[in-house]
Design a protein around this ligand. Structure first.
Ligand code: CA
Length: 98
């Protein structure tokens, strides 16, 4: 199977939802996955505490098959001591060979 490598930079987000309510401010992190690829990537950025416009500047190496279009999914969550909460910021990026 032929593959291509990509450097994905998850740089920042702005104006995220505050899921902490009166308890403070969201602690966002992003998860990057490749749900359609044979070798599933599931990497995450670091948590940025108390910030609705976090700067992650996180580089990830992604290897995808060139034969078929692939999807890159980016989801943003609020980190908590208990269960993390989705900040309802999800992006699906489709990548296909030219
Ligand atoms: Ca939190």
């Amino acid at each position: 199977m032929s593959t291509a490598s990509f450097i994905v930079v998850v740089e920042k987000a702005t104006g995220l939802r505050n899921a902490a309510g009166m308890m403070g401010t969201s602690d966002p992190y992003a998860v990057v996955s490749t749900p359609t690829a044979p070798a599933v990537l599931n990497e995450r950025t670091q948590v940025v505490k108390n910030d609705l416009s976090p700067v992650w500047k996180c580089c990830m190496l992604v290897v995808l098959p060139t034969a078929v279009p692939a999807m890159l999914k980016v989801e943003v969550h609020d980190s908590n001591k208990g269960k993390d909460v989705s900040l309802q910021q999800t992006f699906n990026l489709f990548i296909s060979p030219c």
